[in-house]
Design a protein around this ligand. Structure first.
Ligand code: E4P
Length: 217
């Protein structure tokens, strides 16, 4: 499973990138707001740092305006994936922009039917939002599994990009189900390294090592 980082925080991306943990980046208008940066400036900086796709989201609601914004965002760098919402107009924009050779990430997906439409419209990525479904007592991971099954039934090449990831459990479950990509905040990716038995084991080893009186260097 590929790891995308869900942030517009350049320092956080750089730290994970050095460890080879970044296969791409996703941003959205809320993350741009949080960064306090200009969208073009910060996206350009991220694109220069990361080799993989960097999603930048349109904010227009009508297809023609979305297409114009998408073309503008795509000028930022070659690795831009244009993010459009899963509305009827968003699907129209997806069709046109993917036809022009751009990567398109169809976002705000909350049902298997929406994912089916996005694949038919030529989406490069479909972003089902796990956490926001869990928030309203639905099962976000079940949606990932349903989309995996549907795409595999018909050989759709659209990549399933598990989004709105809130926990390390979401990451491992998305990987088990077979999501192609998961995008998560830096904090979640770093938390994947944690295990209480690792800490306890390390503590025991270090105490015993001290008793040997030896040094490696
Ligand atoms: C994905 O591309 C979105 O930016 C993101 O995963 C949304 O996550 P949230 O529901 O935690 O805001």
């Amino acid at each position: 499973m590929k790891f995308f980082v869900d942030t517009a925080d350049v320092e956080a991306i750089a730290e994970l990138n050095e460890l080879g943990m970044v296969d791409g980046v996703t941003t959205n208008p809320s993350l741009i707001l949080k960064s306090g940066r200009d969208i073009v400036e910060v996206t350009r900086e991220i694109c220069a740092m990361v080799e993989g796709p960097v999603s930048a989201e349109v904010v227009a609601l009508e297809a023609e305006a979305m297409i114009a914004e998408g073309r503008r965002l795509a000028k930022i760098a070659d690795n831009i994936a244009i993010k459009v919402p899963l509305t009827w107009d968003g699907l129209k924009a997806c069709r046109v922009l993917s036809g022009e050779g751009f990567m398109v990430n169809v976002t705000l997906c909350f049902s298997a039917n929406q994912a089916l439409l996005a694949a038919k419209a030529g989406a490069t990525f479909i972003s089902p939002f796990i956490g926001r479904l869990d928030d309203i007592n639905l099962d976000g991971l079940e949606l990932i599994a349903d989309i995996r099954r549907i795409y595999d039934n018909y050989g759709f090449e659209t990549q399933i990009l598990a989004a709105s990831v809130r926990s390390v459990n979401h990451m491992s479950q998305a990987a088990l189900i077979g999501a192609d990509v998961a995008t998560a905040p830096p904090k979640v990716i770093k938390s994947m390294a944690n295990h209480p038995l690792t800490d306890k084991g390390l503590d025991g080893f270090l105490k015993d090592w001290e008793k040997t009186g030896q040094k490696i260097l």
